[in-house]
Design a protein around this ligand. Structure first.
Ligand code: MN
Length: 476
């Protein structure tokens, strides 16, 4: 056994001793949890210091072990990471809902940012911690389950997405969604199963046709089916008015090839077999997504009128799409760690430059300089839009939110009396989808009361429950 493994063994010993006599809600000894976090971090290919910090992540908060003990035993870097995770959970206390990430808890948010900005590995440990907590959520009382699940869906899964950790995002979102909306989850899961069963035979045929052609052209490839996750289907259905027929990537075939040239060759070959659908070719290789995701997507119509999406990428792109930042740690471990110590981050994939931004911001905050927090939040919560009241207060809403969603978020008294809305100073319809950065002014009248037609003009559950409540009270 190498010296490295001795360090990890030592960490396990120390954590086991520190957590002795503590139990999880599942009834198991507490050490099960840090050991599970260790396993997750190892699976992600994280460096040794991160794994050790993962083993020790709950000791400073929950046991007699001190940061100094950890520093003496494992060095500065491990102590630094454990401290970051501890700070993160302190900062997070009292801001379980994304709603409370707003100005009133700005200080907590700042602390969270500083903790993250110091070393992004803190966040990776936190994500592993949250993943295991989600996997064992059934042991908690229902109200806690809902809270943790909701927070995971609204904060942690989007963060995983920002780090392009695709596998993690999918697992977290699906685990959490099951608790947030169990009926919807079951319904969609069923829908996906049925659809896949129906599609499996035609997919097998398409897979064979494509494989034969690629072989003939001497392209080295792997091909496999990729099934859409429940939560991403849920989100997509919301975008397409719940019409499943408008969702073309329910099942997709993924082709992994050796290099970028082969990606484009493969695209051409697929288009020579099947008719590409207009406007459905997306070249994320030339133009990667903000989180660094790269692939070519194309949706085609086969001779039998089946609609299939293909995703074409190289091995590196595939690895990065599934494991994201963790993958780049794995590949650049030494350099990356060294550069972190020196405060340099140029070995991050260029598309994860937002992390650079985050770290620069953290540095500014530590020096007491002013920063643009709005911009920072945008980067972290990609599925949300930020809109302003005329006074400059900022509200975050899900993408696609309408003026009534905004009004009810301000106050149900305002929501109940909406007469009209001015968006960026112009009178606008209540059906107008709010855009990121809009200034929204709600006009009210005492005589106005909620109408049932308003239920068509909202997308947030919050506004829905307020409107239903008002309608019911007024009917009595
Ligand atoms: Mn934990």
């Amino acid at each position: 056994m190498s010296k490295d493994n001795e360090r990890i063994k030592r960490a396990v010993e120390i954590a086991t001793k520190a957590h002795e006599g503590q139990f999880r809600k599942t009834g198991e000894p507490y050490i099960i949890h840090p050991m599970a976090v260790k396993k997750i971090l190892e699976d992600w290919g994280m460096d040794e210091d991160t794994v050790i910090a993962g083993i020790l992540h709950d000791t400073v908060e929950d046991t007699d072990l001190t940061l100094n003990d950890i520093k003496k035993e494992f060095g500065e870097s491990v102590a630094f990471l454990v401290d970051g995770v501890t700070k993160l959970s302190t900062a997070r206390n009292g801001m379980r809902d994304i709603d409370s990430y707003l100005p009133q808890t700005k200080d907590n948010f700042l602390r969270l940012m500083i903790a993250l900005g110091d070393d992004i590995r803190v966040l990776i440990i936190k994500l592993a911690d949250r993943l295991h907590n989600l996997r064992t959520l059934s042991a908690l009382p229902p109200d806690k389950q809902k809270k943790i699940a909701k927070e995971s869906l609204e904060v942690f899964a989007p963060l995983a997405d920002r780090l392009n950790m695709g596998l993690l995002r999918v697992e977290m979102a699906d685990l959490a969604f099951k608790y947030v909306d169990p009926k919807r989850y079951d319904y969609l899961e069923d829908l996906i199963k049925k659809y896949n069963k129906q599609a499996s035979r035609s997919l097998a045929k398409i897979e064979k046709e494509v494989s034969d052609l690629l072989k003939k052209e001497k392209i080295h490839f792997r091909i496999s089916g990729r099934v859409k996750s429940v939560y991403s289907l849920h989100k997509k259905m919301a975008k397409h008015d719940q019409n499943i027929n408008e969702i073309y990537d329910l099942t997709a075939l993924r082709i992994i090839v050796d290099d970028i040239t082969d990606c484009y060759l493969t695209l051409g070959l697929i288009h020579s077999l099947y008719m590409p659908m207009d406007g459905r070719i997306k070249d994320y290789i030339a133009m990667p997504k903000q989180n660094g995701y790269q692939s070519i997507h194309t949706t085609v119509i086969t001779k039998d009128k089946h609609i299939v999406e293909f995703q074409i990428r190289t091995n590196e792109m595939h690895e990065f799409a599934e494991r994201g930042l963790a993958a780049s740690f794995y590949y650049n471990e030494q350099k990356l760690t060294e550069n972190y110590k020196k405060g340099k981050i140029e070995h991050l994939p260029t598309n994860l430059l937002w992390i650079t931004e985050l770290q620069a911001t953290a540095a500014k905050l530590r020096e007491g300089k002013k920063v643009d927090l709005k911009k920072l939040k945008l980067n972290l919560f990609a599925d949300r839009i930020f809109v302003y009241t005329p006074k400059g207060d900022i509200l975050d809403l899900p993408k696609g939110a309408l003026p009534l969603d905004f009004a009810y978020r301000l106050h149900s008294e305002i929501g109940d009396h909406v007469m009209g809305v001015k968006i960026n100073g112009k009178m606008s319809s209540l059906n107008t989808k709010l855009q990121h950065g809009d200034v929204v002014e709600i006009l009210t009248s005492k005589n106005q009361i909620p109408k049932s037609s308003w239920l068509e003009k909202i997308i947030t559950p919050h506004a829905r429950s307020k409107i239903l409540h008002s309608l019911n009270t007024r009917n009595k």
